[in-house]
Design a protein around this ligand. Structure first.
Ligand code: 3HC
Ligand code: NAI
Length: 697
């Protein structure tokens, strides 16, 4: 049983006890129901207090139970709340630390609520693509009014209890205490033990003087902000039902909307994301209690595009940074860029002047390696050439104190080779940030063959501190993200060869949900970057097939926005991508030289070929152990490559489509003479799962 029962004086105390956050799983629900029965049967008990053990009142329904028969098993949450409401003896919720989702709904079923200051109150179901399904949309408006309740339900954001306790006319909390909430709730229960009838939220009336106009306004606001996600608008529908229907009818309306949302791909994607995010922070062979090294001072080598952004992450977290360069001008340029970025934030009101001053005061610069000798972590972000990295790491090995972590931000080079330049390969790791490094959430933590476990644990910890989503990758060319994007880019090229235009490809994948298609993205990042990689590839993997259109584009100097022309034309000073007749002619000529007759390609084929190319390479990455789990790949794509959130990542999307269907499509693509038949053989892991009717997750 995951709820404890005891009697203190004449008050029964039911304590939810399901670590880590007292999720309302089946055993906990049963424990509460049985506690209520006991308390009601005990003549000595005059009132009942419900509270939570450990670090939460309750984080809500047990997310880990979703989709399993246990989630629906009686007593379900609605039955438990009904039992609380039906109790002969007054019930008091003693709320502390975290009270969310079903936890708040449970508290709203009690007659009274005593809350401890500092408690985070939320109905975060919308973040899982759901709405509160155990009365939250019906009861919260009755105690907080339409505006406050709707804000909480539609945003899913936590609100401090003291703020709500001070809201005019609120009936959510009966008492706010600074500490010892359980004692306060017991005393409160004793006070109210004989009050009859005890108040019930369901008996309050939900009223709004301009209901229709208000909810129309809310729909307009919410609809505009919730593209691709159905839940926020359904939240508005459910809350409005509290104002238009009798309580029980409103509850039924809420239930229907909740159940429908539970089966949407968007909700599945968001629930997957919640679990994937937490799973990514765990490394199978590195226990969570692995001791970590202390990181109090950071060195960054190179003040270019990446070095500056990387430094800002640590400054933002209050960690001093020293940047090293070879020339004073490069240092000055780098610091000026950091300053400019912060000043822009101050101008927009996103950063206070004193915070800006504090951050800049933590930054120092040097041309001398000796100034890095006391650093706990040094991150190298110099030119992407192995020889340059070798010189840097050999010098770091000589100068920096023992036990310091030496990291490389390389995007393509072999971290094992870099580690071998030092006499301490166990201390070397890849920290692959994404550009702009101060903005992008993703940090690929590249584990070398010899990287020590405590180094990994430390980097994961510091990554979290600087607010990154860390995903561990083994060493391979391109690590997880770039290795996959190469296949995606190859497909984009083949599509042009076969008859699609850059704008058709971009539009199709943008409609699927990507913020930017591959060609607009190429123009933004610079087409010359891919060109350099392909040149290297032609030496390393001479047989690899790819479309030459991107090379031809670079040969005529169309690198993208920075040269005023790329796959598209650009008007100086503007970023609008204008289809280019020059590019159309170039593609047509190239196609003709290949002897390909252009064909009409459907948007569906475009999306499938682009997305399934990610999936097939992703499956190989999981099988090779480069990623620990398929959901890590989804995290990489959601946080680093603009994969649409509502699809849950490439691997989750493939699960949703069905791996059998995905493999069948790949076999079809393999028959296309203008594509790469070898690549389209389903990866063995994918083929196996498809044959067994299983999914990646
Ligand atoms: N059920 C089960 N496990 C949960 C959980 C929940 N509702 N909420 C959090 N957890 C687990 C996490 O999976 C994680 O487990 P792990 O250690 O095995 O990885 C652990 O608790 C700690 O979670 P965090 O890393 O997120 O810890 P934090 O301290 O940063 O945050 C929290 C705690 C604020 C509770 C945060 O986890 C959170 O926001 N949880 C989501 C709560 C939520 O969405 N509740 C609504 C559920 S849906 C619902 O109630 C439906 C109802 O209306 C019918
Ligand atoms: P950049 O060219 O903007 O900056 C490199 C900086 O390093 C320059 O300021 C240069 O003066 C300095 N430098 C060169 N040799 C040095 C040395 N021996 N000692 C000290 N400083 C030296 O390059 P960028 O884009 O910042 O890339 C740096 C690293 O980050 C590369 O390894 C790159 O592959 C990687 N990377 C780049 C990304 C990007 O989008 N630009 C994304 C992720 C990784």
């Amino acid at each position: 049983m995951s709820a404890n029962y005891e009697v203190r004086g004449n008050v029964a105390v039911i304590t939810l006890d399901n670590p880590p956050v007292n999720g309302l799983g089946h055993a906990t629900r049963l424990g509460i129901a049985q506690g209520l029965e006991k308390a009601n049967a005990d003549a000595n008990v005059k009132a009942i207090v419900i509270t939570g053990a450990g670090k939460a009142f309750s984080g809500g329904a047990d997310i880990k139970e979703f989709g399993s028969p246990k989630a629906l098993a009686e007593p379900n949450l609605l039955s438990v709340i009904l039992a609380i409401e039906a109790s002969d003896k007054p019930t008091v919720a003693a709320i502390h630390t975290v009270c969310m989702g079903g936890g708040l709904e449970l508290a709203l079923g009690c007659n009274y609520r005593v809350v401890q200051a500092g408690t985070q109150i939320a109905l975060p179901e919308v973040k899982l693509g759901l709405l509160p399904g155990a009365g939250g949309t019906q009861r919260l408006p009755r105690v907080l009014g339409a505006e406050n309740a709707l804000n909480i339900i539609v945003s899913g954001e936590p609100v401090p209890a003291e703020m709500l306790a001070k809201a005019p006319g609120q009936k959510l909390f009966d008492k706010l205490v600074d500490a010892n909430v359980l004692d306060a709730a017991i005393a409160f229960a004793q006070e109210k033990a004989d009050v009859r009838p005890a108040p019930l939220v369901r008996n309050l009336k939900a009223q709004h003087p301009q209901r229709e106009a208000y909810f129309q306004f809310a729909r307009n606001m919410v609809g505009g902000m919730s593209k691709n996600f159905p839940a926020p608008l359904r939240c508005v529908d459910a809350v409005e039902a509290a104002f238009t229907k009798k309580f029980d009818d409103g509850m039924r309306a809420e239930r229907e909307l909740f159940t429908a949302l539970m089966f949407t791909p968007e909700s599945k994607a968001l629930r997957h994301l919640f679990m994937a995010e937490r799973a990514a922070s765990k490394i199978p062979d590195v226990p969570s209690d692995t001791p970590t090294r202390e990181i109090k001072k950071v060195g960054v080598i190179g003040a270019g595009t990446m070095g500056g952004g990387i430094s800002m992450n640590f400054l933002n977290a209050g960690i001093p940074v020293t940047i090293l360069e070879t020339k004073q001008e490069a240092l000055d340029r780098g610091v000026a860029t950091i300053r400019k970025n912060y000043e822009a934030q101050v101008k927009k009101g996103k950063l206070k002047q004193d915070k800006y001053d504090q951050r800049m005061a933590l930054l120092s610069t040097t041309l001398n390696y000796a100034d890095l000798k006391d650093s706990d972590l040094v991150i190298e972000a110099v030119f992407e050439e192995l020889g340059v990295k070798e010189a840097v790491f050999k010098t770091l090995d000589e100068v920096v104190k023992p036990g310091a972590i030496l990291a490389s931000n390389t995007s393509t080079l072999d971290v094992n080779k870099i580690a071998a330049f030092t006499k301490r390969p166990q201390d070397v790791v890849g920290m692959h940030f994404f550009s702009p490094a101060n903005v992008m959430k993703l940090l690929e933590v590249v584990r070398g063959e010899k990287t020590a476990k405590d180094v990994l644990a430390t980097v994961m910890q510091i990554g979290k501190k600087i607010k990154k989503t860390c995903v561990v990758s083994g060493v391979c060319d391109g690590f997880i993200g770039n290795r996959m994007i190469e296949q995606y880019s190859r497909q984009a090229g083949f599509l042009l060869d076969e008859g699609a235009s850059p704008e058709q490809v971009d539009k199709a994948i943008e409609k699927f949900g990507f913020a930017m298609g591959p060609f607009r993205m190429g123009d933004l990042a610079g087409n010359d970057i891919g060109w350099a990689i392909r040149k290297r590839r032609s030496v390393e993997k001479p047989g690899m097939r790819y479309s030459k259109t991107a090379d031809l584009l670079c040969e005529i100097g169309r690198y993208g926005q920075k040269t005023g022309a790329g796959w598209y034309d650009y008007v100086p000073g503007k970023r609008d991508a204008i289809p280019s007749p020059v590019v159309t002619e170039m593609i047509d000529k190239h196609r003709a030289s290949l002897g390909i007759t252009p064909r009409k390609i459907s948007d569906e084929e475009i999306v499938q070929r682009l997305v399934f190319s990610l999936v097939n390479e992703g499956a190989k990455i999981v099988e090779e152990g480069i990623a620990a789990r398929a959901s890590d790949i989804d995290m990489v794509y959601l946080t680093g490559y603009g994969f649409p959130m509502h699809r849950g990542g490439p691997m989750q999307y493939a699960d949703e489509v069905g791996l059998f269907n995905v493999a069948a499509a790949m076999k079809r693509f393999a028959k296309n003479p203008n594509d790469d038949a070898e690549f389209w053989q389903p990866a063995p892991l994918l083929a196996k799962l498809a044959a067994e009717g299983k999914t990646f997750s």
